[in-house]
Each structure stands twice: as structure tokens, then as C-alpha cells.
Design a protein around this ligand. Sequence first.
Ligand SMILES: O=P(O)(O)O[C@H]1O[C@H](CO)[C@@H](O)[C@H]1O
Ligand SMILES: Nc1nc2[nH]cnc2c(=O)[nH]1
Length: 272
Amino acid sequence: MAKLSELLKETTTFLKEKGIGEVDFGLILGSGLGELADEVEDAIAIPFSEVPHFAVSTVVGHAGKLVYGTLSGKKVLAMQGRFHYYEGHSMQKVTYPVRVMSALGAHSIIVTNAAGGVNENFIPGNLMLITDHINFTGDNPLIGENEDEMGPRFPDMSHAYTPEYCEVTKKVANAQNMSLQEGVYMGYSGPTYETPAEIRMSRVMGADAVGMSTVSEVIVAAHSGMKVLGISCITNLAAGMQSSLNHAEVVETTERVKAQFKELVKATLAEL
Ligand SMILES: O=P(O)(O)O[C@H]1O[C@H](CO)[C@@H](O)[C@H]1O
Ligand SMILES: Nc1nc2[nH]cnc2c(=O)[nH]1
């Protein structure tokens, strides 16, 4: 199998030929949250299907494009949509875009997602600052040979969600009179939503929200030495807390709060 560093060379050479230059921040925009990339100035947009070694996005609410340009004065490379483990990709494939962002010079990523609220104080439409995560997917993108030039064999996850970035985000939300919840995101493999019993377990384990993404991306960001800001949009109450769950409701809730979500990310990005 080709080394990761060799694959990355092919991908970054392709992207540079398309006009993509230095990147400060990588942005991963979750279910229904991709519209933020439409605000990128001087944008260069490339479908995932054209990018060497990228998977394709198959989920509703994930446009499947890379968008490069300037947002809040920062050079960003945004993913309008992401890859998920439940789509049948390996964890390495799911997280390859984070490797690409790092290889293009990004020192930080902003990860966003749609998530179910486990914390009984949350309501659909809330935004939640992710302060930590529980990897409950049963897999890890770093399993396998470690390429030492990519990062350490045993990465420290003590401060995976960069504490300074959390502080800045809280200040920005406060200054804008925006309510911002905070909590722990628990990543399941999906594609089933959880059972009510799993949600009761998640709550006991310390989860405030549950989803099917993000944790593997943040593990790779930590491995690459990147700073991380994570924001969940609580799109529904988790299983057992409302009558039933479906993806149409998830996308509908993001529609309702997308203006607030975009404002929070843009204003925070300006301060980072
Ligand atoms: O995490 P994102 O991609 O935002 O989407 C979340 O919403 C989808 C389920 O409705 C799953 O893909 C889950 O992970
Ligand atoms: N796993 C999971 N993912 C979600 N994405 C949006 N809502 C949910 C949820 O309740 N559970």
C-alpha cells in the first residue's frame, strides 16, 4: 500500500495546480451546515469526486465540495460535507481530508456537526461548544503502522478541543447575546440512531450529545498537532427523549439555525 505521505503529495500537488495556496484553518461543515462555505470570498470550489484519493459524499445535506478562499480574513479550506465511517469508508479514508488540510499548512480545524441532545437541558436548535469527546465508534483512525513524520505513536488527547479556542468562542457568543451550550460529544459508528437504552448509557458515561462523525477527524487533528474548535448543532432530542428520529428533521433544524451558526463561526474565526 502507498505511504500516506505519497498519497498526500499527489493530492496537494493537484490542489495547488487548481490554485489552492496556504491554508490557515480547515473547516468541516456537517449535515445541513455547508452553506457557510458559500460566504468564502474569492472562492475556488472543487467537487470531492475530482480530488485524488478523496471519497465521495453520499449523505443528504452534504454537498460534497472543497471550497478554498478567505473567510473572516483567514485563509480557509472548507469541506461542504464530510465522509462517514457508516458509508463504508475506513477511518483513514474518513480522516484523509484532515491530513490534506494539515499538509497544506492548516494549523487549526473547525469541525461542525448535527447531533442529538442527550443533556436534558438542551433543546433542538441549540448550538453546543464541544469541550471533549468519547470515541464510541469501536475504531480509531491511527490503528496501523505509525508514520512518524505525521505525528506520534501515542498522541495526547488531554486538550484535543483547544481550551483557548473554547474561551474565545464563549466570549464571542456572549458578546452577540447568543446562547451557547457546552458539553461532551459521543461519537457512534451509525448509521442507526441509538436505542433509548444506549442514550441512557451515554448520559451515565458523561455524554451531552451524540453523533456519527467528528471524533475520528479530531483524533487525526490531534495526531497532526492541529488546534481544534468543535461546534455541534443540536438538531433533535436523542432517542427515547422524543417520539422518533429521522434525518429530514436533522436537516430541517439546521435550516432553522444556520444563520446563527454561520454568525458564530465567522465572528469566532475573526478572533482566532
Ligand atoms: O455529523 P454530521 O455529518 O453533521 O451528521 C449527523 O447527522 C446524520 C444523521 O442524521 C449523521 O451523519 C450524523 O453524524
Ligand atoms: N448518532 C446520532 N447522530 C445524530 N445526528 C443528528 N442527530 C443524531 C442523533 O440523535 N444520533
